[in-house]
Every structure is written in structure tokens, then in C-alpha cells.
Design a protein. Structure first.
Lengths: 277, 266, 266, 277, 266, 277
């Protein structure tokens, strides 16, 4: 029975961790990086040149994943390569597993890690940064040091987990409700945090002052009026508008930036007209 | 900004790119996030407080930066390094004017970044044949050279050089005595750009929403987070902890339910 | 209060009745709710602030006004128009005294209103034969005349006339110079009526509870709402939004659970 | 196939919306109003006088519902009348559906709409009114304009929905868990809001000051004492007492008003006795 | 502290013991809890405020005092009576010094209490043969004498006497004029003991946690309670009511779910 | 049919309530107390000396329970004794029920009552006490009077409930999900309250002041720094540390007290060193 040594496994992970994205392109996406990543393993598992060439060619095919949380995918591929070397499974099976991994690990990685965890960590560090004084330094440094360290650890663990899964494990993993459940729970986290972000950081106000005729009542600031009924309603609407433009109208971020600029112009104009500036 | 500073920043523009030699964890997702990028610029240029203040604005405006399948809609990293360094080069103490400059520089920077990334992505195709040869020859060194060697050389060239040109030009312009940006920018423009900046945070947050919202009712959760700040005066740390608690409880609830049902049926 | 004002208010007493010519949505549930009714009186009599201040007290005391199957326990609409208009007619600036008067007038008004409603309800029986004839003759006009024509004439007569009599009398009394209500009402009575008014909100809320509470544990939710105000200092808007969020999440939870179970079983 | 034209359907709804309650009485409740409401439809569907008379008589029988949220009921009846005219169902079936609709649509309408939504809207507008200044006007006007507009829209939509349901739809509607679920969710909303109402608007306090003998300790206000242990306990108890009297003891609102008056007298007396006034 | 006071307190040391003649409800769980015990000492020694202030510290440090199967890890009751009475005997107004003394006295007292309890527990074995004889003879009086009579005599002797000795000695020492504890205790020791006291509440709470936590996720609930105080500024009464509401809702939820499932399956 | 009279049942409960713990020891634990408790019942149910002796002997066997919430257990035993006297069940069945009751009623009583309800009541009364003034007296007295009264009532009710359960009732009770559910719900209550306790009452702080070199920035108090990121983090960690030592490391409370004393010494030392004192 051939077995990948722990040392080789780690070496392979290191290549992945640093050079997963070095030569990505539209043809095989992370294919070259994958061949590079698999090289220590292929060298260890096979003896003849033919077998190696065979294995290298398979590793060069199209591959993609989110590269941090998705590290479980190349980890799994290490395991299937071992199984191929031991003739426990046919190369075709390994190939189809590899292809099947692309979709879910990309999607989960992008939405769970990149769109939930990273913004959350950034937000916490921004909050610390915002406190000013020494915190101005603490916030960025915390992220700069903490994020890579924790991510590398997680990535390496997932890699090992993937390698040890075994065929049934893989099947289970692919259809596992577990992932779905974690994703659901993380989405709750993400949604609440995003709502709080909107309230904390977007600043938008209509600089309009209304002076009721007759002079009986004091002039009213439109913003005050809105905020007394529902605080920060405008920022909330703005966030929703961006969501709507991006998600439903399929507008690009650049287009939306333009819209926001127009709004800024309009609001400033209004402010000048009503005498707020 | 001296030429040396320009070189150092251009180096980071490369390191912080998607797919740079240090990997995305250290690069794109850490050095490339405005919170960190602005800090790096601040250290290099000797004014961390101003740099980070500018960086926070960019970070907020781009919280939801996700690049599925290599599709970079907006090069946040390029935008930040160019934007913050450019603004700092002209900074004379008036933060409103500097912020306005930052928005201008970062817009240009981000656009160039996207162009360079697409160039990089295209040029990388040339590497594939060498990698394939390596596979044919069962030669791991050749494969490594194709991926990590050539891949990174292409990356470096496409990103470092344009960044250096922009930054060096800016350095020269910025060092011209007599230029006072604050006086050049009219008052109304400052207001516009300030207003713009405040609203830009909606961009990042709105895009994040697009990634997270799958069903309509989920807006209720967003509104809940909103209320925690607006009505309960929680800060982000508190919201994060509370949200984590709720996520854990939710996870436990659905897990236990499943077990019970499974148990009841089997 | 002039006679013209009395006529106008009496007209609204009719319009705001249950089953008036404008329908319950515009009438009983809008013009007939103290919040709106007091505003209308305020506009007619030229003192919206005082009128609405009085109206809020009546609104709170009668939030839970439901009339299942035509059973009107308390004619809120009549009570408000007569109560607020009557009090305003004697208003000389002392809000405590005016409030006391309002409670007196509205009690009388509400009682008369119930009596008139019952009379109206009885007299309407006379219309049925005509409607039946219309059906026999397949004559839609006759049916319309029976329902919308005669029905509303009866309604108008039974409500407008007594209201006008009371209001006109009040108008005359109120215009008597030399009457100062504040001096006529002793201090202790003011305190009693003030205390009474403050506690009257419990009436509306208690009756609402009766409609909503079906099981004991639901008091936990009531207590939760109570705490949101008492300990978290939320205002009603915030509570309403939060409660809506929870209602949405609850709805989603029970719907999803059903689907899962349905899915799991079929 | 006979079909009610959209225009006729709308006409019918309008009659209902304005004159549903014009001639209600103890014999057929909203029967006359229902015959009036059905008249455009009957005129359109039938040709002979016999058929019309038949239909009018059926529409004159006892009917009742909450007239806004319950507008789905007459909507359904328009649909069944059409089915009768097309001889798809027997008149007896239409009659029994009509009778069956009375109970649930009355109950849901009264408890969901009149006892939950209306108080909620009133409360929000009262909160706005309470802010004073221009809000004193905004609150009542918002309700006076907003409530009828939104309600009319909802009512018209439910009417159409009812008309289009079809026989299976009706059966489903009658036993649907959907309604129950919405009701449950709305009840949660209502209960929380009512609790908040009790805390926000009931004011009750015992004006008793206790002076401990010996003079060592300062005089204590009984209300302060209670409120420091549990704030606003008295208003809460008062609301519960009203609930108990009304719901469990079946006392009338007038009786309860009397009880509250006695309490007010008693409290005032206590206040005079202990020197609070 | 007079000798009479010492005797009275020693009596309560017995009554408040686990298994005393008044039963655990009145004794160990009421008279034996520091909140009550310190109050009793305060009444006897004529200084309730100081006594209760000390008692609250001990109560917090020992909230989680549970004695499964007769295993008394720490005799809270003994510790409180001796600790508070001992400290009060030397109290000259400096609460920091008195608190320090209280920690010292209560540590000694608690240790003696445990020893006495174990002695009591061992000596009670002698009673069993008599109870058995009573059973053989079907003699209820003998059984009662064995359990309530002899059992309590043993309890009284083992607890009252050592307590009286300590307290009497303390009384004599405390009455020595010229002793000023405040001057004898150095400043740094006061700080240490103060710091110690503040942290001791963690003992009670940590042990409570050990009894309540069965699964890791339950820490989320603990954290939730923590946040209610830290971020929402609730007091304990509010937290308790809120927690009760949630407990009720949770109970209703799991009960309803079960019924539905039961109903759906049967 | 023999039947225990209400008066005898009450008498039996009284003996239990006051003398359940009078002669506990390692041999039969509460065995003597149980024989004492059963004596009125045995005297009433049996006539011959043999039967009585038999019954007394059975009641003397090892028995234990939490004595307040667990009062349901002796209540049940009264019922089974009656069944034995009526020859409805064999004495062996009664015995095995008795033994089976020990475990669950001890565990539930200790964790639900002693570790949840009592600390909760104490905490509420402490909160009242803490308000000072007259509340200083109110708090302890409330507990001293309220706790025994309420507990006695509950205990007597459970006793009666136990007595009336009947054999099926007992079986159901023993495996009932009801208890489990109440326990779960109460645990939620307890956990939240304990968290709040930690935040309210533990005070721990590191008296360290950091003066950044260069003199540009103001001196920073370490505690302030921590609290601004997460308030009262230290007390939270301390509570967790105690939990860990007690629960995972199986250390005794005395040992933990020692650890806390060492910490207090260390912190004080630190304070002196950095000039905080
Ligand atoms: O979508 C998955 C993955 O695709 C590419 O590899 C890159 O764009 C990554 O940033 C992304 O996470
Ligand atoms: O109960 C249903 C319905 O009955 C009658 O039609 C009227 O009293 C309405 O106000 C009520 O909604
Ligand atoms: O564990 C159950 C029970 O055991 C013994 O009887 C005593 O220690 C009680 O305090 C305890 O409740």
C-alpha cells in the first residue's frame, strides 16, 4: 500500500497556499497551480515515468475553487490520487470527483468565507481602528497578522481533513446537510452584521430645511423629521437601492458609483437651493 | 513622496494583487484590503493616521468585494494603493480636500488595476504550453517554473511597472512647491465628494447583501441588525457577538431537530 | 362653538357612524377613531392641538374597540365627537379642567351613541320588505333604494338629530359669558379625573388582550413587549418593527418546518 | 360560457365598499347590502326575469363578514354565482359555501384586522402625533389618508382573489393552514405590541409616601419602591385586571370604566390621606 | 460581641446546618445562605448594614453551593456565621479592613464546618441500629427518637459547641480595648484582599456553570446573558424576567413541535 | 380497600419536611428519616405487628433524593405502600420503584432547584438588597420568609401529586419527556442568568498602565483598552477559568480559592510595579 507521508502532504499544501493563483488564466484556471501542487505527491506515489506523466496530465486539467475555505478540495484530490496509485479506484473516478468539487467549494468559499467572514473580521478591526489613538494602529495590524495566521491554520486543517475523508466520506461531504446547515447559520450571522453595518457606516442625509408659511411654526429639517419617525431610514434605503441595482438590475459597481455621484450632486444642489449650505 | 517611496508602494501594489507570489491569503485578502493597504502606505509615507482614515472610507465602500471565477469587477487593491498614496502626496492638512483627491486617484487606480488584471490573465495563457511539456516529461521543475516562476514574472511586470509610472509622476507633481490642492478644489466640490464618500459605504454593503440574500424574508434579519445599532445603540463588536450567539443557537436548533426527526423515524 | 360648527360636527357624527354612507373603512374605522375624530373637531373648531391632545386619551382608552356581529358595546365615535367638541366649547386654557369635562361629555355621548345605534339597527328592519319586493320584481333600483337609500336616511336621522341637539345646547351654554369651568370644578375632582384618564388606557389595552390571548403562555410575549419599553427604552415604532421582524421569522420557521416534514414524509 | 366582466366586478366591489353596512339589522344582517352588491352581476349573468328573481332571493339571505379583510367572502360569492349561471354547480352548493364563509371570515377579520392591524396603525400614528409640533398634524392625517387608501386596495385585491379561487381553491381556502399560520404570526406581532402599549401609555401610580418611624431613614415613595424592583408594575397589573374582568368575568366595558373610576377615587383619597397632595 | 450574642449566633450555626432540626428548607437553604445568615448576625449584633454588606460578598462567592449525596465541599453556612460575626467583632468603621478580616474568619470557619459535618455524618451511623430495632419492634416512637431525637442531638453537639468556642474567644479578643485592626493590617494586604473578594464571585458563578453546562453550545446562552448586562445595561431583575420569557417560549416551542409530530404520525 | 387519610398524608409530609436530614449517614443515607416519615402511614395501613415490621424494614433501606423538589419521590412511595397494603402490587415492585426514584429525583432536584432556582431567587433578593436604604432589609427578609413558604407549598403539592400518580403514572413519570423539557427550559433560564451574574458581580481588572515611549501618545490603562474592545472580558475569562478548573480539572473549591488568592497577589504586585497604586 502506497501512502503519502505527512511531510509530503504538508509540502504540497505549502505550494498551494502560496502559488494557487500564480498562473491562473481562462483555459484551465488553476490547472497549472494544481499540477505544481501535486508534484511532490506524484513524485512520491509513482515510480515509472509513464505513470507520472499520466498523473501530471490529469492534474493539469481545469480546476478551480475558492482557495482558502475551499482548500478541502485539493486535500481530497490528494486522497483520491493515493487511491488511484493503490488501484483502489479508477482514474476516471478521481477525475469526476475533482470536477464535481469545483462548483460547491467555489460557491461556499466565496459566499461563506469571502462575503461573510472576511467582511466581519474587517468590520471588527475597523471598529477597533475607529476608536482612535493607539487603536488606529492596532486595528490594521490585528487584521494583517491575525487573518493570514488563522486562515493558514484553517486551510491546512481542511486540507488534512479532505485527504483523510475516503470515498464514502467524499460522497457524504458532497451531499452533506452539514455544509448546508453551517452555511445557513453563517448567513444569519452575515445578514445581521450587514444590517448593523448599514446603520453604523453609511451616512446619507437630505439637507433640506422646510419653513412652514405663516411663521407660526419653527423651520423643520427634513432629515430630523425622517429620523424621528425611523432613524437612519435614508442609509437603509440607499443600501437597498444598491442591492436592487446590483442584484436585480445587474448593474456594475462602476455604474452604481456613478449613480451615487449623481445623488451626491443632487443633494448638494438641494442643500444650496434651500439654504442649508 | 520620494521615488524610493514610490518604488516601495509599487512593490506592494504587486504583492497585494490577486494571484501574487505570496498567495491570496497574504496578498489580495490581507495586503489588498484597504484597511491594511492604507496602513502600509501610511507607514511608508510616514503618516499612518491620515492614510488609515482614507483607507477606512475605501474599505467601507468595498466590503463586499468578491471575485468569483477570476472575475475582478473592481481592483480594490490597486485603487487603494494609488488612491491613498496619491492623495497623501498632495496632503497639506486639509482632510476634506485630501479625501476628495483620494476618491479621484482611487477611481483612476481601480480602473487601471482591472485593465492590468485582465492583461495578466490573458498573458498567463502563454504559460500553459510549458506546463504541459513539463507534464509530458514528468518534470516537476518545469511545472514549478511555469506556474510559480513565469506566472509571477508576468504578474510583476503587468502590475509593478504601471503602478510605478503613476506613482513616480505623482511624486514629481506633488513635490512641486506652490501647489495647494485645498485652494484648487472649490467648496461645492468638496461637499459633493464628502457626500459621495459617506454614501459610498452603501456600495459595499449593498453588494454584500446581493451575495447573502437568497430569499425575501432574510431582509428581516438585515433589519434586525440595523435596529440593534439604531435603537439599541450596540457597536459592531457587540452586534457580531450577538449575531454569533444567534447563529450558534440556530445551528443547534436545526441540528437537534434533524436528529429528533431522524430518531423518531428510524 | 357656533351653530354652524355644531351642524358640521353633527354631520361627522353621522359619517363616522358604523354603517354610514361612506362605508366603515372611511367612516367607523377612520373618521370614527378618536385620533381622526378629534382632529376633525379640532379643525372645525380651530384648535387642533387641544382637540388632538384630548383625542389621544380617548383613543388609548378604546384601542380594542371591536364590534363582532353588530354588537356595539360603546359608541367610540359618538363619544369622541361629543366629548371633544363639548370640552372645547368650554375650554379656557386650563387643560386639566378641559380634560375632566371631556371625560364627562364623552361618557354621555357614548351612551347616547349606543342607544341610537340600537334604534338604527331596529328601524332598519323596516327596509327588508322593500328589498324583498325588489328581488321579486328583479328590480335592482328598488334594492339599491332599500339598502343605500332608506338605510342611510334612517342612519342619518337617528344620529345627526340627537347629536345636533346636544351640540347646539352646548354651543349656547358655552357661549354664556361668565362661565369659567376651571373655577367650577374642584381641585380634588381634577385629580380624580386625571388619574382616571391615565388609567383608562388600561381599558383599551386590556380588551385588546382579551381578543389576542388564546393561551396562557402568550402572556410571555406581552411581557416581552412590555420589557422592550421598560428596560430597553424602545418607542412604539421600534417595537412595531421588531415585532414585525419576529413575526416574519416565526412565519418562515413554521412554514419551513412544515415543508421539511412534508418533504421528509412523502 | 358566461363570464363576469372586469368592469362589473369592480362596480360590484364599489357598492360593497361604500354600502356594506347601510341597512344592517338583526334579520338578515348584511343581506340587503349583499343583494345590492350582487345586482350588477346578476343583471349581467342572467337574462330571464325568473332567473334574476331566483338569484336576487338567494343573495338576500342572511350574510355577514368583517367587511374589509373579509371582502374575500363576497368575492368568492361572485365566483360561485358565475358557476351557478353556467350550471357548473347547483345553487344549493353556492348557498352552503356562502353560509360556511360567514364564521371564519368574520372571526379572522375581527381579530386579525380590527383587533391587531388597526390598533397597530393607530399606535404608530399616535406615536408620531405625540412628538408634537408639526407631527401633531402629521399623525392624524397620515392615518386618515393612509388607512382608507391601503385598506381599499387590499380589499379590492382580496375581492379579485376570491372571485378567481374556483371550487377547489375555496375548499383549500376553507381549511387552509396558511391562514392559521398568518394568524399565528400576526398574533405574535399583536401581543408584543400590546405589551409595549401597556408600558408606554398606561399611567397609574399609588401616591403613598411612607415615613419610617424613628426618623433615621428618609421617607419612601411607595411608587418609587415598586418601580425600582420592577418598573411600571402597576400599569401592567391594571391591564391584566381589565383583561381578567372583561375576558374571564365577562364584565362590560362600562362596568370596567366604573371600576377604574372607583380606583381613581381611592388613589386620590389615599394621596390626600398620606399627604402626597 | 457579648457572650450572649456568641451563644445566639452559635445556635444559628446549628440551625442553619445541613440536616438540622428545622429541615433544609428553613435551615441550610435559607438560614444557611449568606444573604440571610449575615442578616441574622447583623440583627443579633446590631449592625445589619455592615453585616449584609459582608454577606453579599460571601453569597456571590458561593452561589453555586450544591451538595449532591451529602458531599459538602465547603460549609457555607458555618463560614458565613463565623466570618461575619468575627469581622463585626473587630469592626471599627473601616470597611476595607473589616472585609479583609471577614475573608480570614470565614475561611477558617468554613474549614471547621466541613470537618464538623463529616464528624456528624460519621456519628449518625450509631443511630442506625436503634432505628432497626424500632423497625423490628414495629415501634414508631423508637424510630422517631433515632431519627429526629438522636440525629439532632449529635448535630447540635458537633456544631454548636465548636462554634461557641470560636465565637466566645473572638468576643473576648474583640472586646480588648486598644486593638485597632485597621492599623494592624498593612495597605497592600487590604488591596490584595479587596481584589480577592471581587474575584471570588467568579468562584460561585464558575461552579454554577459546571452544574448547568452540559454541551459546548450552551456557552452561547451564557454569553447572551453576559451581553444583556454589558451592552444592554439590564439589571438582574430584568435579565431574570427576560430569561423566564425565553424559557417559556422555548418550552412551548418544543412541546408544540412534539404534539404536531405526534399528531402527524399517528 | 385501604386508603391513606388526607390527615395522615399531611402528617407524614410534615415529618419529612422537618426531619428529612436529621440522621443522614453513609449507610442508608436518608433511610432512617424515611422510616420515620412512613410511620404514620404504616400505622394506618397495617394491623398486625408482622406486617408493620415488614413495612418498617422496607422503609429503612437506602434512600436518597433532593429533599424539596424531590419530595415527589416519598409522595410516590406513600402511594406504592398503599398499593402493597391492598395487595395490588408485590412489595418487590414497590422496592424497585423506590430504588429507581433515587437517581433522577436527586439529579433533577440538585440541578434544577438547588443550582438554578435558589441562585436565581438569591440573586433577585441580592439585587433588591443592593439598592440600599430600606431595601437592605427588604432583600434578606423577602428571601428568609418567601423561600421557605413557597418551597413548603411546592413540596406538599408534589407530595400529593406523587401519591396520586398510580402505577402507570409512575412509569410515565420515570420516562416522561415532560421532565426533560422542563429541565431544558429551566437550563436556558439558568444559563442566561449565570451569564448576567458574571457580568454584574465579578470584578477583576489588571491595574497596568502602559506609557508608550516617545511621549507622543497618552498613557493607556490596559483595562480601559480591553474594556473598549469587549467590556468586562476579564471577569468573563475568570468565570470560565473557574468552570474549567472545577469541571474539567476536577479541582476543589478550596484549591480554586487558592488560585484566586495568588491572582489577587499577582495583580496587586503588578499594580505596585507599574505605579497604579
Ligand atoms: O470562485 C472561486 C474562485 O475563483 C477563482 O479562483 C478566483 O477568482 C478566486 O478568488 C475565487 O474564489
Ligand atoms: O363580526 C363581523 C362583522 O359583523 C358585522 O358586520 C359588523 O359588526 C362588523 O363590524 C363586524 O366586523
Ligand atoms: O443529591 C441529592 C441529595 O443528597 C443528599 O440527601 C443531600 O446532600 C442533599 O442536599 C442532596 O440534594
Amino acid at each position: 500500500m502506497k501512502k503519502i507521508s505527512p511531510h509530503t502532504l504538508k509540502k504540497s499544501w505549502k505550494i498551494w497556499f502560496f502559488w494557487h493563483g500564480s498562473s491562473q488564466q481562462g483555459e484551465n484556471l488553476l490547472g497549472n497551480a494544481m499540477a505544481h501542487t501535486m508534484s511532490p505527491i506524484i513524485e512520491e506515489l509513482y515510480d515509472s515515468k509513464e505513470e507520472k506523466t499520466e498523473a501530471y496530465k490529469r492534474s493539469l486539467t481545469l480546476f478551480n475553487t475558492e482557495q482558502q475555505l475551499g482548500a478541502i478540495a485539493p486535500g481530497i484530490i490528494c486522497g483520491t490520487e493515493e487511491a488511484v496509485a493503490n488501484e483502489q479506484i479508477a482514474p476516471e473516478v478521481a477525475d469526476s470527483i475533482k470536477v464535481a468539487l469545483i462548483g460547491p467549494t467555489s460557491a461556499i468559499g466565496d459566499s461563506l468565507w469571502v462575503a461573510t467572514i472576511i467582511p466581519l473580521l474587517l468590520t471588527l478591526c475597523m471598529t477597533i481602528t475607529n476608536m482612535g489613538g493607539p487603536f488606529l494602529y492596532l486595528g490594521p495590524v490585528l487584521y494583517m497578522v491575525g487573518y493570514p495566521l488563522l486562515t493558514a491554520q484553517m486551510s491546512w486543517r481542511l486540507w488534512q481533513k479532505g485527504y483523510h475523508l475516503g470515498i464514502e466520506g467524499i460522497n457524504q461531504f458532497m451531499k452533506s446537510g452539514q455544509i448546508e446547515k453551517v452555511t445557513k447559520a453563517m448567513t444569519i450571522l452575515g445578514l445581521i452584521v450587514v444590517g448593523a453595518l448599514a446603520a453604523s457606516f453609511i451616512s446619507a442625509s437630505v439637507p433640506v430645511t422646510i419653513t412652514p408659511p405663516g411663521g407660526e411654526m419653527a423651520a423643520v429639517n427634513l432629515d430630523d423629521l425622517i429620523n424621528r419617525i425611523f432613524p437612519k431610514l435614508l442609509p437603509l434605503c440607499l443600501a437597498y437601492a444598491v442591492y436592487w441595482l446590483y442584484s436585480k438590475q445587474k448593474k456594475s459597481p462602476l455604474f452604481i458609483m456613478g449613480v451615487i455621484l449623481m445623488l451626491a450632486l443632487a443633494f448638494t444642489g438641494l442643500g444650496y437651493l434651500t439654504g442649508a449650505y | 513622496m520620494s521615488i524610493l517611496q514610490a518604488i516601495m508602494i509599487a512593490l506592494f501594489v504587486y504583492l497585494a494583487a490577486i494571484g501574487s507570489v505570496v498567495g491570496n491569503t497574504l496578498g489580495w485578502y490581507s495586503l489588498g484590503r484597504p484597511l491594511v493597504a492604507s496602513f502600509v502606505v501610511g507607514v511608508i509615507m510616514g503618516d499612518v493616521p491620515t492614510a488609515v482614515t482614507l483607507g477606512l472610507l475605501l474599505q467601507l465602500a468595498n466590503l463586499g468585494s468578491v471575485t468569483p471565477g477570476g472575475a475582478v469587477g473592481w481592483d480594490l487593491s490597486y485603487a487603494t494603493y494609488i488612491g491613498v498614496a496619491g492623495a497623501l502626496a498632495f496632503h497639506v492638512g486639509d482632510i476634506a480636500a485630501t479625501t476628495a483627491l483620494m476618491w479621484a486617484f482611487s477611481t483612476v487606480g481601480g480602473a487601471i488595476g482591472v485593465a492590468m488584471w485582465n492583461l495578466n490573465y490573458a498573458l498567463n495563457l502563454s504559460v500553459n504550453r510549458i506546463a504541459y511539456q513539463g507534464a509530458e516529461e514528468a518534470n516537476p521543475k518545469k511545472i514549478a517554473w511555469a506556474n510559480a516562476g513565469l506566472g509571477n514574472i508576468i504578474g510583476f511586470v503587468t502590475r509593478f511597472i504601471p503602478a510605478l509610472i503613476i506613482l513616480a509622476t505623482t511624486a514629481v507633481a506633488g513635490s512641486q512647491t506652490g501647489i495647494n490642492i485645498s485652494e484648487l478644489i472649490p467648496q461645492w466640490l468638496l461637499i459633493v465628494l464628502n457626500t459621495f464618500g459617506g454614501m459610498m459605504a452603501a456600495l459595499g454593503i449593498g453588494i454584500l447583501l446581493s451575495f447573502l440574500i437568497k430569499e425575501k424574508w432574510q431582509f428581516a434579519l438585515v433589519l434586525f441588525g440595523f435596529m440593534l445599532v439604531v435603537y439599541f445603540n450596540l457597536n459592531m463588536m457587540a452586534v457580531a457577538v450577538l449575531a454569533m450567539i444567534l447563529a450558534v443557537l440556530y445551528y443547534v436548533a436545526i441540528t437537534q431537530r434533524e436528529q429528533e426527526e431522524g430518531g423518531g423515524r428510524s
